[in-house]
Structure formats: structure tokens, C-alpha cells
Design a protein around this ligand. Structure first.
Ligand SMILES: [Zn+2]
Ligand SMILES: [Zn+2]
Length: 298
């Protein structure tokens, strides 16, 4: 099982040009669900880059697996979070999460996108009925948290009306704020959101008094490296045992009828169908022992 979880390994990934190659697979705590992170998404964790939503969510899942053991916290995806907090009310019904039972949880963490260029942290604490919308830039948090609290009340009532779901429908949500360090640049909002989520999960169910984030470029770079390592360490994906396109396991040693092709440079494995390689091309690659087939990553 090969994984590059050291700093040199991840810097090597960040140097490569963007590809769809799978970098990490994070399992849900009950192992029924997998979250796949691809290289173009993972690369947005490199210093100075603006973070993609998939990468933030992947980190939250990995971080919760490590720090949230036994804590009943649900991660709300940022599409649903955005619609519930800021979207058209009519669109809320498309994000009603009818299979989910919020009574299985004591808190929700998530994040919302503003104008396609800024992330804010979202946090619901069921035990004190507080909703927090925390802006790394520290703007209008009182007001936005209050609006978000009302929107979540509407959200849970909508679920009751549509699906007779009564979970969290009687909670009287109130907006609240947490003191925190202020973002001083234009591209680290995602890192702030991930650090805020980490501190909230560590303190849960207590709400932290203050979230301190060191804001020098060096500190933020180190934080990104730590977060990238958390993702890689939590990942069940192995470059040599899983298909780097679909993330599924390569049944090593008992390949049976499954077709595989290995990159001669990085040793990553692929299903030919996953990389749109025809049967004829695959046969040709297999026959020519000297063929140097290289993948998208290489
Ligand atoms: Zn595959
Ligand atoms: Zn390769």
C-alpha cells in the first residue's frame, strides 16, 4: 500500500499540472459512504490558492474522522448550505435531505459561498440552539447569523410539510457569533473556514470563546500543509491498490477478469474503461512489454 503523506510527497503532487487523478478517498465513520478528492481539487490547498468547496468538505470529513470521534456532528454539503442560508426559498425544497434524521446529531458544520469568491463558516449547535455564520473577514456576522437562524427554522418546517419529518422542527434557533482572528488577504478564507471547523469540533459541544488563527503567510502555509496531511493520512486510497480514476480497489493478486493498466512512471493503476482506453489499445499495451504507458498525472 503506497501513500505519499509526507511534506515532500504532497509538494510533488502540488507541482503537477491539474488532472482528474484521484488523490484521496475519505470514508464516512460508518463506512457506507466515500468522498473522492481529485488532484485539481487537492491542488487548491497549495499555498496562496483559493480553496475549492470539494477540498474544504473533504478536509472536514477527514478532520471529523480524527477529532470528532463519538461526537454527533453532521457535515452539511456547501450546495445545500448555500441554498438554505442565502438561496431562493423555492429552491430549498430541492435540498430537503429527506433521508437524513437530524435527531441523530447534536450539531452541524458546513460552509457557504458568497459571490463565488468567498467562504464563510456555518455552525449549528443543537444543545444551545445557536446558528453561527462566521465570516473570516468579520463582517455583518450578527445580522447574517440571525437571518440564517430564521432560514433554518423555515428549512425544518419545510421538511415537516413535505416529508412529515419532525427532527429539529421544534428547535427555536437563534443567531450567535464567536470572536475570531480576521483574514488579512484575499485567498485564505477557505483555510480560515477549515481552522474554524477544527476548533469548533475539538471544543464540541462547548462553543469556543475565541478562534485564534495566526495570519502570517508562513503560518497559513504551514496550516495548509497540516490540513493536506490530515486528508492524506485519513485517506483509504492507495496509489498502487486502487484505480486512480474511479477510486475503487484493485483486487491485488486476484485480478480475475478485471482489466488493469499500470503507469510505468508513477505505478498508479487504472481500469482501461475509466480512462476511455479501448479494448484494442489495451491489448496492444499489454502485448508490448516494452511499452511505456504514462497516465494523466505523469
Ligand atoms: Zn476505475
Ligand atoms: Zn503516472
Amino acid at each position: 500500500m503506497k501513500k505519499s503523506t509526507d511534506t515532500a510527497g504532497l509538494k510533488k503532487i502540488w507541482k503537477k499540472k491539474d488532472s482528474e487523478v484521484v488523490i484521496a478517498v475519505i470514508e464516512s465513520p460508518d463506512k457506507t459512504d466515500q468522498f473522492i478528492l481529485r488532484q485539481n481539487e487537492f491542488n487548491s490547498l497549495a499555498p496562496q490558492k483559493w480553496l475549492l468547496g470539494e477540498t474544504i468538505e473533504c478536509y472536514l470529513r477527514a478532520m471529523l474522522n480524527v477529532k470528532g470521534l463519538g461526537k454527533r456532528i453532521y457535515i452539511l454539503n456547501h450546495y445545500s448550505a448555500g441554498v438554505i442560508v442565502f438561496g431562493e426559498r423555492s429552491a430549498m425544497a430541492n435540498h430537503s435531505l429527506p433521508k437524513l434524521n437530524f435527531d441523530n446529531y447534536d450539531g452541524v458544520i458546513g460552509f457557504v459561498n458568497v459571490s463565488n469568491n468567498h467562504w464563510k463558516f456555518l455552525y449549528l449547535n443543537k444543545l444551545n440552539k445557536n446558528v453561527f455564520v462566521i465570516d473570516p473577514l468579520g463582517q455583518a456576522e450578527d445580522q447574517e447569523s440571525g437571518v440564517a437562524a430564521k432560514r433554518f427554522c423555515q428549512f425544518f418546517r419545510m421538511r415537516q410539510n413535505r416529508y412529515q419529518k419532525t427532527d429539529w422542527v421544534d428547535v427555536k434557533w437563534k443567531g450567535a457569533t464567536i470572536n475570531h482572528s480576521i483574514q488579512k488577504d484575499g485567498n485564505n478564507c477557505g483555510v480560515f473556514v477549515m481552522k474554524m471547523a477544527t476548533d469548533v469540533v475539538e471544543a464540541f459541544p462547548v462553543v469556543p470563546q475565541e478562534i485564534k488563527i495566526a495570519t502570517s503567510q508562513k503560518d497559513l502555509k504551514d496550516l495548509r500543509i497540516t490540513m493536506a496531511k490530515t486528508i492524506l493520512q485519513c485517506s483509504v486510497f492507495s496509489e498502487t491498490d486502487h484505480c486512480s480514476s474511479c477510486g475503487q480497489e484493485n483486487p491485488t493478486g486476484q485480478k480475475g477478469n478485471t482489466k488493469w493498466i499500470e503507469c510505468t512512471k508513477c505505478r498508479r493503476w487504472y481500469h482501461p474503461t475509466c480512462i476511455a482506453m479501448s479494448d484494442e489499445d489495451w491489448d496492444k499495451e499489454k502485448e508490448e512489454v516494452t511499452t511505456m504507458w504514462n497516465c494523466d498525472f505523469c
